[in-house]
Design a protein around this ligand. Structure first.
Ligand SMILES: O=P(O)(O)OC[C@H]1O[C@H](OP(=O)(O)OP(=O)(O)O)[C@H](O)[C@@H]1O
Ligand SMILES: O=c1cc[nH]c(=O)[nH]1
Length: 176
């Protein structure tokens, strides 16, 4: 039987995203030259939420770009016979904040970093995630974390965003 437990409601998510926005501003001393790059699917929703919060706090717009890291993955079947095209992302000389909803093995972020490098040389790349659930397979560590959630590998973290899923919240699903 699957047991599903909610660990963040919409208010908790909102508070975490607000804190992350403040941390981004503090670390970067403002928003100059910053671009948020959201990884499909829910990283994009998170990036847009954080961008809206940054704008609310600073009164300055921040650009949000969308990245599909799938062609750059090393752990799912992709066509290796044709070279992967560099994504059309304006990152050259900008401070990129890579955004994803869950950080687990780190393989999605590795693929995203590969995509960003191919798009051009960013001034810096920082990583923001709503949930860090551990179990990294690569030396990747987030700069901005909504919530650290210790998990076992058999569990699943489910993040929902209103824009994508019709509601906001985070759940852990485990098989009992
Ligand atoms: O650190 P990792 O082990 O790579 O796992 C994290 C990734 O897994 C989920 O994406 P998923 O692959 O389910 O795609 P989706 O967001 O498009 O549903 C999540 O949104 C992260 O992108
Ligand atoms: O538990 C997990 C692992 C990877 N990606 C998710 O969205 N949840």
């Amino acid at each position: 039987m699957q047991e599903v437990t909610q660990i963040m409601d919409d208010a908790a998510m909102r508070r975490s995203m607000t804190r992350m926005a403040h941390e981004i501003l503090e670390r970067n001393k403002g928003l100059d030259n910053i671009v948020l790059v959201g990884i499909l699917t829910r990283g994009v929703a998170l990036a847009e939420r954080i961008a809206a919060k940054l704008e609310e706090i600073e009164g300055q717009q921040v650009e949000t770009l969308t990245l599909d890291a799938t062609p750059f993955r090393d752990d799912r079947v992709v066509d290796k016979t044709t070279p992967t095209e560099a994504p059309n992302l304006a990152v050259v000389d900008r401070k990129v904040i890579l955004v994803d909803d869950v950080l687990y093995t780190g393989r999605t972020v590795r693929a995203a970093l590969d995509a960003i490098m191919q798009a051009g040389r960013a001034e810096a790349v920082q990583l923001a995630t709503l949930v860090d659930r551990g179990h990294r397979e690569l030396p990747i560590r987030p700069d901005f974390i909504g919530k650290n959630v210790p998990t076992s590998r058999s569990e699943q973290v489910i993040v929902k965003f209103r824009e994508v899923d019709g509601e906001d919240g985070v759940w852990i699903a485990s098989n009992k």
